[in-house]
Design a protein around this ligand. Structure first.
Ligand SMILES: *[C@@H]1O[C@H](CO)[C@@H](O)[C@H](O)[C@H]1NC(C)=O
Ligand SMILES: *[C@@H]1O[C@H](CO)[C@@H](O)[C@H](O)[C@H]1NC(C)=O
Ligand SMILES: *[C@@H]1O[C@H](CO)[C@@H](O)[C@H](O)[C@H]1NC(C)=O
Ligand SMILES: *[C@@H]1O[C@H](CO)[C@@H](O)[C@H](O)[C@H]1NC(C)=O
Ligand SMILES: *[C@@H]1O[C@H](CO)[C@@H](O)[C@H](O)[C@H]1NC(C)=O
Ligand SMILES: *[C@@H]1O[C@H](CO)[C@@H](O)[C@H](O)[C@H]1NC(C)=O
Ligand SMILES: *[C@@H]1O[C@H](CO)[C@@H](O)[C@H](O)[C@H]1NC(C)=O
Ligand SMILES: *[C@@H]1O[C@H](CO)[C@@H](O)[C@H](O)[C@H]1NC(C)=O
Length: 296
C-alpha cells in the first residue's frame, strides 16, 4: 500500500515539476535578455570553427560576450549547447561574403572566416566569445547574429560541429549611444556610410528585442579597455527532462564525440526538493482519501 502511495505521489510530482519550472523561469527571465526568433539573414555559413576568439586580423574595440543557454520551460542552463555567432567587421564586411557585403552585387563567396565561431556551453550553460565591436552596413543597425544548436556531433579532428538541431536563430543589438562613441574610434571612423539606427531597423522594430547591457571592461579607462556583456538565450523544444539524466561534459577524446544525447540538465536534487514541497502540499488530501479507503 505504501509503495503504491509513494508511486502516486511521485507521478503527481513529476507532472507538477514542469509547472513549477515555468514559474521559476518567469521570475528569473525578468532580468535577462531572451532573444526572440529573427531572420538569420543572407550571411550565415554552416561550417563554423569551434573557437573562443573569432577576431583573427580584424581591428576594432575588444568585445567579450558571455552567452548562456537556458531551457525556457525549466530555466535550467543547458550544457553542451552549441552557440554560433557571426557579424561584420568595423567597415561592415562579412567573411565568406566579402564581395557581396561590399555591395558589388557579387554573391560569390570567399574562404575567409573572420568574426565567425562556435562554442559549446560549459557546465554552467555559458559560452564565452572574444571578438570586436561590430561595425555597420547600409540598411541595418549594428548587430551580432546568433544560432543555437543542440545534440550535434563535434568532430575534434576537423574542429567542426554538425548534425545538431537548430533551436534558436536571433540577433543581438547594441545601444546606439554606445555605437555613437565607437563610431568615433579608428577604424570605425573610416567608415563613411550613414549608419542605420535601431529606431529604423526593420528587424529590431519587428520583435520585442532588448538591447544588450554592455559594460566597459575597466570603467576607469573606458572605451580603450573594451566591452563586456552577458546575454541569455532561452530555447524550447528539446527539453529532455528525466531524473536519470546526468549530463556529461563532453570533451575531446578521439576523432568524433557525440555531444550529449540529452543536453538538458535537470539536477536530481532540484526534483527531489520539488517532490518534498509538493508532498507537503498534497498530504492533507492524501490523508482524507487514504482514511476513507481504510474505513470502508
Ligand atoms: C544551414 O543549416 C540550417 C539549419 O540546420 C538549414 O536550414 C540551412 O538550409 C543550411 N544552409 C546551408 C547553406 O546548408
Ligand atoms: C584575439 O585574437 C586577436 C588576433 O589574434 C588578438 O589580437 C586579440 O588580442 C585576441 N583577443 C583576446 C581577448 O585574447
Ligand atoms: C575555397 O576553398 C575551396 C576548398 O578548399 C576551394 O575549392 C575554392 O576554390 C576556394 N574559393 C576561393 C574563392 O578561394
Ligand atoms: C562557465 O563559464 C563562465 C564564463 O567564463 C564561468 O564564469 C563559469 O564558472 C564556467 N562554469 C564552469 C562550471 O566552469
Ligand atoms: C542607451 O544608453 C544611454 C546612455 O547610457 C541611455 O541613456 C539609454 O537609456 C540607453 N537606451 C536604451 C534603450 O537602453
Ligand atoms: C583609414 O583611412 C585612412 C585615410 O584613407 C587610411 O590611411 C587608413 O589606413 C585607414 N585606416 C584603416 C584602419 O582602415
Ligand atoms: C583600470 O584603468 C585604470 C586607469 O587606466 C588603471 O589604473 C587600473 O589599474 C585599471 N584597473 C584594472 C582592474 O585593470
Ligand atoms: C531523450 O533522451 C533519450 C535518451 O538519451 C532519447 O532516447 C530520447 O530520444 C530523448 N528525447 C528527446 C525528446 O530528445
Amino acid at each position: 500500500m505504501l509503495t503504491i502511495a509513494i508511486l502516486v505521489l511521485c507521478l503527481i510530482c513529476a507532472s507538477q515539476n514542469g509547472v513549477l519550472g515555468s514559474e521559476r523561469c518567469r521570475r528569473a527571465t525578468s532580468t535577462c535578455i531572451l532573444t526572440p526568433e529573427t531572420t538569420e539573414g543572407p550571411y550565415s555559413w554552416n561550417t563554423t570553427l569551434m573557437r573562443q576568439n573569432i577576431s583573427e586580423d580584424r581591428l576594432g574595440i575588444p568585445f567579450r560576450l558571455y552567452a548562456t543557454v537556458t531551457n525556457i520551460n525549466t530555466c535550467e542552463p543547458i550544457v553542451n549547447a552549441a552557440i554560433e555567432i557571426w557579424h561584420c567587421d568595423a567597415l561592415g564586411i562579412y567573411s565568406h561574403f566579402i564581395q557581396a557585403s561590399s555591395n558589388t552585387q557579387n554573391p560569390k563567396s570567399d574562404n575567409s572566416t573572420y568574426l565567425r565561431g562556435m562554442q559549446l556551453t560549459n557546465a554552467s550553460g555559458v559560452a564565452t566569445f572574444d571578438t570586436i565591436y561590430p561595425g555597420w552596413y547600409t540598411g541595418r543597425a549594428t548587430h551580432i547574429h546568433v544560432r543555437v544548436h543542440l545534440n550535434g556531433v563535434y568532430v575534434t579532428s576537423t574542429g567542426y560541429y554538425s548534425d545538431g538541431s537548430l533551436v534558436k536563430t536571433g540577433q543581438l543589438f547594441f545601444n546606439d549611444s554606445l555605437t555613437d562613441l565607437v563610431a568615433q574610434q579608428s577604424p570605425y571612423s573610416n567608415h563613411t556610410i550613414t549608419r542605420t539606427l535601431n529606431s529604423v531597423d526593420t528587424i529590431y522594430q519587428s520583435s520585442s528585442i532588448t538591447l544588450m547591457n554592455i559594460q566597459y571592461v575597466n570603467s576607469t579607462s573606458g572605451i580603450s579597455s573594451g566591452f563586456i556583456t552577458s546575454v541569455t538565450l532561452g530555447v524550447s523544444g528539446s527539453s529532455n527532462v528525466s531524473a536519470s539524466t546526468t549530463t556529461t561534459t563532453t570533451t575531446a577524446s578521439t576523432s568524433s564525440t557525440v555531444v550529449s544525447s540529452s543536453a538538458t540538465k535537470i539536477s536530481v536534487t532540484t526534483i527531489s526538493l520539488h517532490c518534498a514541497y509538493l508532498y507537503l502540499q498534497i498530504l492533507p488530501i492524501f490523508y482524507v482519501v487514504f482514511s476513507a479507503f481504510l474505513s470502508r
